[in-house]
Ligand binder design. Structure first.
Ligand SMILES: O=C(O)CC1=CCC(=O)O1
Length: 92
């Protein structure tokens, strides 16, 4: 099952830069592990925003929730999820 996910990141203004950099490094490793597993199919930066659009391939809502809630930046994110279905005009 494919899901379009938008993540808007809001780090606290008073978070020390070293702490922010450390969380971002762990976030990157977490994301790249899921990408290597084929679970996190796409990640695109939203131009001009600290946001991304991603496509996840999860077997269930619960699996997607576990992946998203495990993000190191999860406490600092607003996340919206759109389930995707096959379009009847898709030739693939
Ligand atoms: O930078 C972002 O959009 C947040 C994020 C998600 C995965 C990652 O590596 O960064």
């Amino acid at each position: 099952m494919l899901f379009l996910v938008r993540m808007d990141v809001n780090l606290p203004a008073d978070m020390p830069s070293e702490e922010g950099a450390a969380i971002k490094a762990v976030e990157k490793a977490y994301s790249q592990d899921l990408q290597q597993q084929g679970k996190w199919r796409h990640i695109w930066r939203v131009v001009g925003e600290y946001s991304n659009y991603s496509v996840f391939d999860a077997e269930s809502n619960d699996e997607l929730h576990n992946m998203l809630s495990g993000l190191p930046l999860f406490p600092y994110m607003d996340i919206s999820v759109t389930p995707l279905a096959k379009h009847p005009s898709d030739i693939n």
